[in-house]
Design a binder for this molecule. Sequence first.
Ligand code: RB5
Length: 144
Amino acid sequence: MKIAVGADHAGFRIKDELKKRLAALGHSVEDAGTDSEQSVDYPDFAERVGRAIAEGRADRGVLVCGTGIGMSIAANKIAGVRAAVVTDPLTAEMSRRHNDANVFCAGARVLAPEKIAELLDLWLKTPFEGGRHERRVEKIRRLE
Ligand code: RB5
Protein backbone atom coordinates (compact mmCIF):
# COMPACT_ATOMS: atom_id res chain seq x y z
CA MET A 1 0.00 0.00 0.00
CA LYS A 2 1.12 3.60 -0.57
CA ILE A 3 0.95 5.37 2.80
CA ALA A 4 1.54 9.07 3.50
CA VAL A 5 2.69 9.80 7.02
CA GLY A 6 2.69 13.16 8.79
CA ALA A 7 3.06 14.59 12.28
CA ASP A 8 3.58 17.80 14.17
CA HIS A 9 6.29 18.28 16.82
CA ALA A 10 4.30 16.21 19.33
CA GLY A 11 4.13 13.23 16.95
CA PHE A 12 7.51 13.58 15.26
CA ARG A 13 9.28 10.78 17.18
CA ILE A 14 6.54 8.23 16.79
CA LYS A 15 6.20 9.12 13.09
CA ASP A 16 9.76 7.96 12.49
CA GLU A 17 9.11 4.70 14.30
CA LEU A 18 5.88 4.12 12.36
CA LYS A 19 7.64 4.85 9.06
CA LYS A 20 10.25 2.15 9.74
CA ARG A 21 7.57 -0.30 10.77
CA LEU A 22 5.45 0.38 7.68
CA ALA A 23 8.45 0.06 5.36
CA ALA A 24 9.42 -3.25 7.05
CA LEU A 25 5.89 -4.51 6.33
CA GLY A 26 6.47 -3.74 2.63
CA HIS A 27 4.48 -0.53 2.33
CA SER A 28 5.69 2.39 0.27
CA VAL A 29 5.92 5.37 2.63
CA GLU A 30 5.74 9.07 1.75
CA ASP A 31 6.94 11.31 4.60
CA ALA A 32 5.01 14.58 4.69
CA GLY A 33 7.00 15.95 7.67
CA THR A 34 7.56 17.46 10.13
CA ASP A 35 11.27 16.81 10.44
CA SER A 36 12.08 17.78 14.04
CA GLU A 37 10.58 18.53 17.44
CA GLN A 38 10.52 22.24 16.69
CA SER A 39 7.01 23.63 17.17
CA VAL A 40 4.92 23.63 13.99
CA ASP A 41 1.22 23.91 13.08
CA TYR A 42 -0.52 20.54 12.70
CA PRO A 43 -2.94 21.65 9.91
CA ASP A 44 0.02 22.04 7.52
CA PHE A 45 0.85 18.35 7.83
CA ALA A 46 -2.78 17.22 7.83
CA GLU A 47 -3.13 19.12 4.56
CA ARG A 48 -0.12 17.41 2.97
CA VAL A 49 -1.32 13.93 3.89
CA GLY A 50 -4.92 14.74 2.96
CA ARG A 51 -3.86 16.04 -0.45
CA ALA A 52 -1.79 12.89 -1.04
CA ILE A 53 -5.01 10.88 -0.55
CA ALA A 54 -7.20 13.25 -2.57
CA GLU A 55 -4.72 13.31 -5.47
CA GLY A 56 -4.31 9.52 -5.49
CA ARG A 57 -0.63 9.54 -4.48
CA ALA A 58 -1.46 7.59 -1.33
CA ASP A 59 -4.00 4.88 -0.53
CA ARG A 60 -3.92 5.62 3.19
CA GLY A 61 -2.66 8.30 5.54
CA VAL A 62 -1.26 8.34 9.06
CA LEU A 63 -1.24 11.52 11.16
CA VAL A 64 0.05 11.97 14.68
CA CYS A 65 -0.23 15.07 16.85
CA GLY A 66 -0.65 15.46 20.61
CA THR A 67 -4.18 14.06 20.70
CA GLY A 68 -4.93 13.11 17.07
CA ILE A 69 -7.92 15.45 17.23
CA GLY A 70 -6.51 18.53 15.49
CA MET A 71 -5.10 16.39 12.70
CA SER A 72 -8.45 14.68 12.13
CA ILE A 73 -10.41 17.93 12.12
CA ALA A 74 -8.03 19.46 9.57
CA ALA A 75 -7.67 16.39 7.33
CA ASN A 76 -11.45 15.88 7.17
CA LYS A 77 -11.81 19.27 5.45
CA ILE A 78 -10.29 17.74 2.31
CA ALA A 79 -12.73 16.00 -0.02
CA GLY A 80 -12.14 12.26 -0.14
CA VAL A 81 -10.53 12.10 3.28
CA ARG A 82 -12.17 10.06 6.03
CA ALA A 83 -9.88 10.58 9.00
CA ALA A 84 -10.56 8.79 12.29
CA VAL A 85 -8.98 9.30 15.70
CA VAL A 86 -8.07 5.81 16.83
CA THR A 87 -7.74 5.22 20.57
CA ASP A 88 -8.26 1.48 21.07
CA PRO A 89 -8.85 -1.77 19.16
CA LEU A 90 -12.59 -1.07 18.79
CA THR A 91 -12.11 2.35 17.15
CA ALA A 92 -9.31 0.90 14.99
CA GLU A 93 -11.56 -1.88 13.70
CA MET A 94 -14.84 0.00 13.42
CA SER A 95 -13.34 3.02 11.64
CA ARG A 96 -12.30 0.58 8.91
CA ARG A 97 -15.24 -1.85 8.94
CA HIS A 98 -18.03 0.72 9.07
CA ASN A 99 -16.53 4.09 8.05
CA ASP A 100 -13.91 2.99 5.49
CA ALA A 101 -11.54 5.47 7.15
CA ASN A 102 -8.54 6.19 4.95
CA VAL A 103 -6.54 8.28 7.43
CA PHE A 104 -5.46 6.97 10.84
CA CYS A 105 -5.00 9.71 13.45
CA ALA A 106 -3.47 9.13 16.86
CA GLY A 107 -2.34 11.11 19.86
CA ALA A 108 1.28 10.84 20.94
CA ARG A 109 0.29 12.39 24.27
CA VAL A 110 -2.56 9.92 24.72
CA LEU A 111 -1.11 6.53 23.84
CA ALA A 112 2.28 4.87 24.22
CA PRO A 113 4.23 4.49 20.95
CA GLU A 114 3.92 0.67 20.98
CA LYS A 115 0.15 0.98 21.42
CA ILE A 116 -0.13 3.35 18.44
CA ALA A 117 1.95 0.94 16.34
CA GLU A 118 -0.27 -2.03 17.33
CA LEU A 119 -3.45 -0.09 16.57
CA LEU A 120 -2.07 0.97 13.19
CA ASP A 121 -1.31 -2.67 12.31
CA LEU A 122 -4.86 -3.64 13.21
CA TRP A 123 -6.35 -0.68 11.31
CA LEU A 124 -4.33 -1.48 8.17
CA LYS A 125 -5.39 -5.11 8.05
CA THR A 126 -9.08 -4.54 8.79
CA PRO A 127 -11.27 -4.46 5.64
CA PHE A 128 -14.29 -2.25 4.92
CA GLU A 129 -17.47 -4.29 5.27
CA GLY A 130 -19.40 -2.54 2.51
CA GLY A 131 -23.08 -3.45 2.28
CA ARG A 132 -25.24 -1.02 4.25
CA HIS A 133 -22.08 0.85 5.26
CA GLU A 134 -21.36 1.67 1.61
CA ARG A 135 -24.65 3.60 1.45
CA ARG A 136 -23.71 5.56 4.57
CA VAL A 137 -20.22 6.36 3.35
CA GLU A 138 -21.78 7.49 0.06
CA LYS A 139 -23.97 9.89 2.08
CA ILE A 140 -20.80 11.28 3.67
CA ARG A 141 -19.33 11.76 0.17
CA ARG A 142 -22.40 13.74 -0.84
CA LEU A 143 -21.72 16.19 2.01
CA GLU A 144 -18.41 17.15 0.40
C1 RB5 B 1 0.32 20.97 19.91
O1 RB5 B 1 0.68 21.48 21.15
C2 RB5 B 1 -1.05 20.30 20.00
O2 RB5 B 1 -2.04 21.26 20.06
C3 RB5 B 1 -1.24 19.38 18.82
O3 RB5 B 1 -0.22 18.42 18.80
C4 RB5 B 1 -2.53 18.57 18.76
O4 RB5 B 1 -2.74 17.89 19.97
C5 RB5 B 1 -3.72 19.24 18.27
O5 RB5 B 1 -4.81 18.66 18.19
